[in-house]
Design a protein around this ligand. Structure first.
Ligand code: RI2
Length: 315
């Protein structure tokens, strides 16, 4: 059989950012591989594995920056084990359940670590929408701490609106600001709290465009910058010198065609992410504890060894 319909649907939803956020993308990708395994009519283990690889490639090709996607695919493909199709299918079932449970657990554990950095009465400034970052706030609120938030809207897609809603649901008072007002409010802020799409071996943080400027400004004002990122966001290929691809998205996310034409048709670019160098980050908070960015490489070696594999490619 071909790549299953649900895999194509998941890939399309990731591509269109209906499914977005690094953790949600990983979860959806693992579940899509499970759908492929469940629906497979392969009559040999080799055919079954080839189908899984094809499904994984379809998912892999959607968005290049969040490493949680290839890390999820790698986890499931490595977990696929067995001498028969039935055994392989069963192992995918177990591996995906284990992966999704670990994801949820990691986020909750990370939240507890991050919450310890937050004190009663603190104000946090957020950028974009990160479920890992929100887990820290949620755990702090559960500990009885009262927090307030200044939420950057995060052009061009305004994911700050999702953050505003989530924080309100947690009972955290929110002030929404335009991105360019961030520096103006940094003196009123105790922590800049962001998520990550990938973390490189040198401790650089790849996150939503605008994070690096925010971090530089926060450093200038002496405001600590905390990055909430479960270890699924560690980018193993950077251990061997690879860099992280920065996704460029359609310019219509920035400006519609008619408006662009009416202002002299300027070139428009729409990079989705940027790189914050480690010197602008105070702590990377993971489910394994908090790390200064420069020491994250030790954790990466422990988790991934010296490198990485691409098990979705044809052998
Ligand atoms: P969680 C998002 O990217 C943001 O950059 C956010 O900080 C990051 O994913 C991590 O999100 P996008 O998918 O995994 O909106 O913490 O482009 O939810």
């Amino acid at each position: 059989m071909d790549v299953h319909r649900e895999v194509h649907e998941t890939a399309a939803a990731i591509d269109a950012m209906e499914t977005r956020g690094a953790a949600a993308i990983a979860d959806a990708a693992a579940r899509a591989l499970r759908s492929q395994a469940r629906a497979s009519d392969a009559d040999t283990p080799e055919a079954f594995r080839a189908e899984l690889r094809a499904a994984a490639r379809t998912l892999f090709e959607t968005r290049p920056t969040a490493v949680s996607l290839p890390n999820a695919l790698r986890y499931v493909l490595h977990g696929a084990d067995g001498q028969t199709v039935a055994a392989l299918r069963e192992s995918v079932e177990t591996t995906v359940a284990e992966f999704c449970a670990r994801l949820e657990h990691a986020q909750a554990d990370l939240g507890e670590v991050g919450a310890n950095r937050l004190r009663d009465g603190d104000v946090v400034m957020t950028h974009c929408h990160s479920t890992d970052a929100l887990a820290c706030v949620e755990a702090a609120v559960d500990q009885g701490k009262e927090l307030r938030a200044i939420v950057k809207e995060t052009r061009p897609r305004n994911q700050g609106h999702i953050t505003a809603e989530a924080l309100s649901e947690l009972g955290v008072p929110v002030t929404l600001i335009v991105d360019s007002a961030a520096r103006h409010y940094l003196n009123d802020v105790d922590h800049v709290l962001v998520g990550a799409d990938s973390i490189a071996a040198d401790g650089s943080v790849i996150n939503k465009i605008g994070t690096s400027g925010l971090a530089v400004n926060a450093r200038d004002r002496g405001t600590p910058i905390m990055v909430a990122a479960q270890t699924l966001k560690l980018h193993p290929a950077t251990l061997t010198g690879h860099t992280v691809d920065i996704e460029t998205r359609d310019v219509t996310e920035v400006i519609d065609e008619a408006t662009r034409a009416s202002i002299g048709a300027p070139d428009v670019v729409n990079p989705a992410f940027d790189v914050t160098p480690p010197r602008y980050v105070d702590a990377i908070v993971t489910e394994r504890g908090q790390f200064p960015p420069e020491s994250i490489v030790t954790l990466m070696r422990e988790l991934f060894g010296e490198g990485t594999t691409r098990p979705w490619e044809e052998p």
